[in-house]
Write a protein that binds this ligand. Structure first.
Ligand code: UDX
Ligand code: UDX
Length: 477
């Protein structure tokens, strides 16, 4: 049954579901795309007439939403109705690491995926292709399949028929639209050729034939986990060498450039920084660890777990280093944190290195002024598990009276530098590369430090000023 798809439903309007469906709708004007979510606020934001209020910040996304919304792209909470009408259903819900029970701390919690499969089983009509879009542990498709097969048997009179495909998404946040428009590859895993072809035809509207790969379903699931594990491993590798550079007088950027010219290694993903964050890397590696343990391969599990352990160690290493440079104590000292998102061009803070680093500094009594152009202070509050001390306009000159750790959000970097002992750059937002360092230097309390954890501050703008400068992986100064 090579089905021509006219109506798509995507369950989950998150960082993956939202942009992915927008790009499909944009490239396939004949297909109606309904994105549904149980979260009412999120759907309201997707439908906001003010495009600055979309729940996700992604360059280029607003333009597509403007073009397609309410034409062939719809956002709603009508889960049941849209499942019923769909020929193809994408499952794109979150799969957080389990907090308790079997596999706690490592395995993914699949309760949302299972709930979606049950909803699909209940409300779908006729022949429906179910596509797993969330990154999932290997063999999850089997769970979805088993639930759907039970529905086929129980509702024999309704002529229900399901096919399950795995179609992992490789987009990176901040470049989601470009990654979706020009993917390195599209992976479709499945058993049924016709179902694979139906999805293949959708992507062929804009993706070249040779970039669409077909695999079996388990290879597709494992390939996604492996891609993320390899990428994360590169970052831990370069950060480990960065620490060695600092200790020995080398410069990690020079080392990265030298090894990156080796075509077998390649030059991408070799930027030393505060350690990887984001919703996927840690979670996916821990999934690999869990799978390896489950299948009796403890050495494989230990190998991958080491990458995550190193990343956490590296983040705490940075907070310890800042404290050490500030004469061994940050108690009552004002520190400006530039950047809270896990990388530039996103408002996402999941697993951001800034969380551990800020928590450590607050724990040591520092007073943090946190700036990020896109992150909502309410999110920072959730991440730091600590309420903001005062709102920004009330805080002038009050730092002296605060002795305990706490934090404020700020929109003005220059004002916040007033009396601060240090500036710490944690996210590579472009604007941080263009700051007025003369003005900032005048405001800082001397001796003051600038910690550039993203190699974004031009040293020539700083070297003549009365500032101490530290850059990640640079042992040459
Ligand atoms: C990402 C990736 O898609 C996924 O591969 C990874 O496993 C987890 O993180 P993302 O889109 O970034 O997912 O997640 P998120 O932004 O949290 O969006 C998921 C959405 O699904 C939420 O809006 C949530 O409300 C919704 N949801 C969850 C449902 O609509 N129904 C459910 O039953 C559960
Ligand atoms: C990642 C994968 O790249 C993507 O293919 C997958 O679909 C989801 O997970 P994402 O988490 O959005 O995407 O961001 P990515 O650009 O990979 O960066 C992850 C983290 O690594 C960020 O904290 C980033 O700052 C850090 N990073 C990346 C480095 O520290 N150095 C680098 O050279 C590259």
């Amino acid at each position: 049954m090579n089905k021509s798809i006219k109506n798509i439903c995507c369950i989950g309007a998150g960082y993956v579901g939202g942009p992915t469906m927008a790009v499909i709708a944009d490239n396939c004007p004949d297909i109606t795309v309904n994105v549904v979510d149980i979260n009412k606020d999120r759907i309201e934001s997707w439908n906001s007439s003010n495009l600055n209020e979309l729940p996700i910040y992604e360059p280029g996304l607003d333009k597509i939403i403007e073009r397609r919304r309410n034409k062939n792209l719809f956002f709603s909470n009508k889960v049941q109705e849209n499942i019923s009408n769909a020929d193809m259903i994408f499952i794109s819900v979150n799969t957080p690491t389990k907090k308790k029970g079997l596999g706690a701390g490592k395995a993914s919690d699949l309760k949302w995926v299972e709930a979606c499969a049950r909803q699909v089983a209940r409300f779908a009509k006729g022949y429906t292709i179910v596509v797993e879009k969330s990154t999932l542990p290997v063999k999850t498709a089997e769970v979805i399949k088993t639930i759907l097969e039970a529905a086929e048997l129980n509702n024999a009179c309704k002529n229900l028929k399901f096919e399950v495909l795995s179609n992992p998404e490789f987009l990176a946040e901040g470049t989601a639209i470009n990654d979706l428009e020009f993917p390195d590859r599209v992976l479709i895993g499945g058993e049924n050729e016709d179902a694979i072809l139906s999805l293949h035809k959708i992507y062929r509207n804009w993706v070249p034939e040779e970039k669409i790969l077909h695999t079996n379903i388990w290879s597709s699931e494992l390939a996604k986990l492996t891609a993320n594990a390899f990428l994360a491993q590169r970052i831990s590798s370069i950060n480990s060498i960065g620490a060695l550079c600092e200790a020995t007088g080398a410069d990690v950027r020079e080392v990265a450039r030298a090894i990156g010219t080796d075509s077998r290694i390649g030059s991408k993903f070799l930027d030393a920084g505060p350690g990887f964050g984001g919703s996927c890397f840690k979670k996916d590696i821990l999934n690999l660890v869990y799978l390896s343990e489950y299948f009796g391969l403890p050495e494989v599990a230990n190998f991958w777990e080491g990458i995550v352990k190193f990343n956490t160690w590296h983040q705490h290493r940075l907070s310890r280093l800042i404290i050490k440079k500030l004469f061994g104590t940050v108690s009552g000292k004002k520190i400006c944190i530039l950047g809270f998102a896990f990388k530039a061009n996103t408002n996402d803070t999941r697993e951001s290195a800034a969380i551990n680093i800020c928590k450590d500094l607050i724990e040591e009594g520092a007073i943090l002024f946190i700036h990020d152009p896109k992150v909502d202070p309410k999110q920072i509050e959730i991440d730091l598990e600590k309420k903001e001390k005062y709102s920004n306009n009330k805080l002038k000159n009050q730092t002296q009276t605060l002795s305990e750790g706490g934090w404020y959000s700020t929109k003005n970097i220059i004002d916040s530098s007033d009396g601060a002992d240090a500036i710490v750059v944690l996210t590579e937002w472009e604007e941080y590369g263009q700051l007025d360092w003369e003005e900032i230097s005048r405001k800082l309390r001397k001796p003051a430090w600038v910690f550039d954890v993203r190699s974004i501050i031009p040293y020539d703008k700083i070297k003549a000023l009365d500032l101490n400068f530290w850059k990640i992986g640079d042992g040459s100064k």
